[in-house]
Design a protein around this ligand. Structure first.
Ligand code: CP
Ligand code: NVA
Length: 302
């Protein structure tokens, strides 16, 4: 049966840990896995991207496959061809699809009509590939992912939602601190709590960033205004006190690291000095997108 990676929990905890380990191996030996030999992978991007697009294009190439970059406006989707037909047509040519778009439901629908692996490259609801790479980065820094504590400070967005689900599935603690009214999706919190029953992960949602960063190993942030929300001009005003800056770090443990999925809006969700202090970690995260996604594709396409 074909396997997708849309919601993160399509993988088991053991598979996530195996992917992280294999990603580390691929980082040292980039061309050893040729799982995508003679395979064509479509990369549909309805939103902009630097890291995700490049890491998938290079990753598919390194694994022996052909990446096809497809922009929203260049297909008939932009003229109203529905997802059902698009999926069925693309399945006649392609061996897999990577898609970045707005509606999460649309990706799930596409996966019903495209009978080969579909990978979520970001929706308004989740960003699962990002968190796989972040877990690889945490493994590199701490030698483990289970039992660590991640504090997400900022907007309860797609990245925050994915941290919650990943924590529940894999078994690490996640505290999300957002301003009132910007909490993560109730659906993601519910799923995370359900998964956490098995792994005993602690899942917390708070409006107090100081409380969230207490005892955290990783302090994580992301933009306050995500792609597609650019019209919400007033939004940023609500985020005063939610910057990851030197003042907030005073409340964190000395060994804590700061992570950011990028792109960053310095001076907003993260101060420039904190960003530069943790630049090594942040650009390792960006690099690990390549290795973690290759390890993921190796599992899905084998
Ligand atoms: N972090 C991330 O997904 O970056 P891009 O939007 O550049 O792909
Ligand atoms: N939350 C951000 C993540 C970008 C990688 C967005 O959706 O724009």
């Amino acid at each position: 049966m074909k396997r997708d990676f849309i919601n993160f929990y399509e993988l088991s905890k053991d598979e996530v840990l195996e992917i992280i380990e294999y990603a580390q191996k691929l980082k040292k030996e980039p061309f050893t896995d040729q799982t995508l030999k003679n395979k064509s992978i479509g990369l549909i991007f309805m939103k902009p991207s630097t890291r995700t697009r490049l890491s998938f294009e290079v990753g598919v190439y390194q694994m022996g496959g052909q990446p096809l970059y497809i922009t929203g406006s260049s297909t008939q989707i932009s003229r109203g061809e529905d997802i059902k037909d698009t999926g069925r047509v693309m399945a006649r040519y392609l061996d897999g699809l990577v898609i970045r778009t707005y509606s999460h439901k649309e990706v799930e629908e596409l996966a019903q009509y495209f009978d080969k692996p579909v990978i979520n490259a970001l929706t308004d609801y989740l960003h699962p590939c990002q968190i796989l790479a972040d877990l690889q980065t945490i493994q590199e820094r701490f030698g483990k992912v289970e039992g660590i504590k991640v504090a997400f400070v900022g907007d309860g967005n797609n990245v925050a939602n994915t941290w919650l689900i990943a924590g529940g599935l894999v078994g690490f603690n996640v505290s999300v601190a957002t301003p009132e009214g910007y909490e993560p999706s109730g659906k993601a919190v519910y799923k995370a709590l359900k998964l956490a029953k098995e792994t005993k992960a602690e899942i917390r949602i708070t409006n107090d960033p100081v409380e969230a960063v207490k005892d955290a190993d990783v302090i994580y942030t992301d933009v306050w205004v995500s792609m597609g929300q650019e019209g919400e001009k007033e939004k940023k005003k609500a985020f005063e006190g939610f910057s990851v800056n030197k003042e907030l770090l005073r409340h964190a443990s000395k060994n804590a690291i700061v992570m950011h999925c990028l792109p960053a809006h310095k001076g907003e969700e993260i101060s420039e000095d904190v960003f530069e202090q943790f630049a090594d970690v942040i650009f390792d995260e960006a690099e690990n997108r390549l290795h973690a996604q290759k390890a993921l594709m190796s599992l899905l396409f084998k």
